[in-house]
Write a protein that binds this ligand. Structure first.
Ligand SMILES: Cc1cc2nc3c(=O)[nH]c(=O)nc-3n(C[C@H](O)[C@H](O)[C@H](O)COP(=O)(O)OP(=O)(O)OC[C@H]3O[C@@H](n4cnc5c(N)ncnc54)[C@H](O)[C@@H]3O)c2cc1C
Length: 598
């Protein structure tokens, strides 16, 4: 298994040098988020991820979770690691101080989530889902609900889940069937079966708080008739401790392709006692809070799988000997050269590097928008950040999980035959990464959200907000000779992005199927365009730093070289997506169903 080493230098580069985090936190009045404090937190978090979580990654995959009538047992070491995580105060890091949290901005928490998720994704899903549940209760819960449930989740004593999916529906929650009948005491009886519930049952915490979607009697059909409920595994007693068992149980767990260390549960609610969160029939709106956090959290899986496979394959490529370099032996004293001398191996390594570092920039940038949504000084500032975050989230979620999975496949490929052998751990990274493109809204669903809801329904406003920013950056750097190689193609794709959107908008007015037929290509194109902006910015920071003089020439030069690699060898993929998105819906829709196979 690749041994995880937190990429602290790059984390610092993205936070401090690319995104000016010091200024960002100061402008938000986040007094505790000083550079020293953040540095100390990240160093401490890195140690925990490298020393405690990383060694459990392969154990989790091999052992998996086990189900019995008594409950679900997590793999060896998972429970103890969680205990240490709680003792370290990690669950409370970004939570509200009035409920026992440390009140740090979400973007600081994102760095810890990256390190946890890269070291051990399956383990990280337990606190990850809890985090989403906490955010939902904090934003939509009553004071009493916060006092009873939120404080315990923040302390880490209890964990949370997200119960949306049912056997017949995942993407289309409008047709869900779980019911909630009101009781005389103000509570509700929840009945229904939820499937694929991550961390639905486990042995790591004293209680599990399910956040459940269900329908009230007589609720309108579709998404407008769904409400949200808190359903604890154990009902709290008068002192707030987990006491009587509620009528909710885990019927079984799934056997699956990857993330074996995380329990994927069938959860049966048999008249379980629950309480309404937020207004009646507005459950899906409340759940959006949960989903945005969860989606950015899932985007981290793309970053994590690219980073972990890169770390593993880089070490291997420096060590493994095979054939001679085409331009003459580089290590004549050895029987063959290390494979890192071969252009194609470098292509694979540089793709992983460009994906991992680009993904880090995109996720941290989006997380900063999230900070502004929560803490921005003016209404205008908060609204703009919210729109930008809404635009970037489907791109981050779907594009990064797609290319993160590609990167993990390349990591395995660098190992040749050994990549296919379990012992090395590279095939685990591929298997674990695959789910990222499915849960929290498939790539297809994210793409519809981006093109349909976020772009066309706002008459392109959200896109323009972003492309204006890119345009300003291009203008500022137009005269910079060293930046020309990045600015010219960036300007071109930025302009074309708008033109393609107008064309799609026009054809969608004639035929609604055009949106669905173009959307995934549009999303991927958007991902490559956003990456182009971020890579150009990273190159600019590196060039400026080198011009001022630095002792870290190799680090900054590598940034510029990776940017060059990105612009010349990855960005051209956007061309194919542009052509494909304009190919028209008829190429997909003309074939009658009966003609698909004979
Ligand atoms: C390991 C694992 C963990 C999970 N964890 C959780 C969890 O914690 N909580 C939870 O509630 N759920 C969870 N899920 C469920 C997950 O979110 C859903 O499986 C996912 O959203 C897809 O829903 P579905 O399986 O019903 O597929 P479907 O909705 O049936 O989709 C099938 C295919 O059709 C496509 N499709 C559907 N509608 C459209 C459309 N209108 N346009 C274009 N394409 C469309 C989809 O993109 C997909 O390719 C988990 C799933 C797995 C496998």
């Amino acid at each position: 298994m690749p041994e995880y080493k937190a990429p602290l230098r790059d984390i610092k580069f993205v936070m401090s040098e690319l995104l000016n985090s010091e200024q960002h936190y100061a402008s938000l009045g986040a007094e505790d988020a000083t550079p020293d404090m953040i540095d100390a937190i990240i160093q401490e978090g890195a140690k925990f991820c490298e020393q405690v979580l990383s060694p459990l990654n392969q154990v989790g995959d091999r052992e998996g979770c086990t189900w019995s009538e008594e409950g679900v047992k997590t793999p060896t070491g998972f429970r103890e690691a969680y205990k240490q995580y709680v003792e370290g105060g990690w669950p409370s890091m970004t939570a509200a101080p009035e409920h026992g949290g440390q009140g740090l901005p979400e973007s600081v928490g994102i760095v810890m989530s990256e390190m946890v998720g890269t070291a051990n994704w399956s383990w990280g899903m337990y606190p990850g889902l809890s985090h989403g549940a906490m955010n939902t209760v904090e934003l939509h819960g009553t004071d009493e609900q916060k006092e009873t449930y939120l404080t315990k989740m923040i302390s880490g004593e209890w964990t949370g889940t997200m119960c949306l999916t049912e056997a017949h529906c995942g993407s289309d929650l409008g047709i869900l069937r779980s019911r909630a009948e009101p009781n005389a005491d103000g509570s509700y009886s929840i009945t229904g079966t939820k499937i694929f519930i991550s961390a639905g049952e486990h042995d790591m915490a004293d209680n599990i708080i399910h956040v459940v979607l269900a329908r009230l009697p007589g609720a309108p059909e579709g998404t407008k008739g769904i409400s949200l409920f808190i359903v604890p595994k154990f009902l709290p007693d008068a002192e707030g401790n987990a006491a009587e068992q509620n009528a909710v149980s885990c019927g079984s767990i799934e056997h699956k392709m990857g993330i074996h260390g995380n329990a994927t549960c069938v959860m049966n609610f048999d008249g379980a006692k629950g309480w309404l969160i937020g207004p009646e029939n507005k459950g899906l709106n409340c759940m959006f809070t949960f989903m945005n956090v969860a989606r950015l959290g899932t985007a981290i899986q793309g970053l994590g799988s690219a980073e972990l496979s890169f770390q593993g394959s880089l070490a291997y490529a420096k060590d493994r000997l095979a054939m001679r370099s085409l331009s003459g032996a580089k290590k004549p004293e050895a029987p063959a050269d290390p494979i890192i001398v071969h252009p194609d191996v470098r292509r694979m390594l540089l793709t992983q590097k460009a994906v991992a570092e680009g993904a880090r920039a995109l996720i941290y940038y989006t997380a900063q928008q999230g900070d502004i949504v929560q803490r921005g000084k003016t209404e205008e500032e908060r609204r703009e950040a919210d729109e930008l975050m809404g635009f970037l989230t489907p791109i981050a979620k779907a594009f990064l999980t797609e290319i993160g999975h590609e990167a993990s496949n390349l990591g395995m490929q660098v190992f040749g035959g050994h990549g296919f052998i379990s012992e090395w751990g590279m095939e685990q990274v591929v298997r674990d990464a695959r789910i990222g493109m499915i849960y929290e809204g498939t790539t297809g669903i994210q793409a519809l959200d981006l093109l349909g809801r976020k772009v066309l329904m706002t008459q392109g406003e959200s896109l323009k907000r972003f492309t204006r920013q890119v345009h300003v950056f291009c203008k500022e750097n137009a005269e910079n000779e060293q930046m020309k190689q990045f600015i010219e193609p960036l300007q071109a794709i930025n302009r074309e992005w708008g033109e393609l959107t107008v064309k799609l908008g026009m054809s969608a007015m004639q035929n609604r199927e055009e949106v669905g037929s173009a959307s995934v290509d549009y999303l991927m194109y958007s991902g490559y365009a956003v990456f182009a902006y971020l890579w150009a910015k990273m190159a600019q920071v590196a060039l400026n730093t080198m011009a001022e003089g630095t002792t870290e020439e190799t680090f900054y030069n590598a940034k510029v070289q990776t940017a060059r690699f990105y612009f010349t060898r990855i960005l051209p993929r956007a061309r194919g997506h542009a052509e494909s998105m304009l190919a028209g819906a008829d190429t997909l829709m003309d074939m009658p169903e009966e003609a698909f196979a004979f």
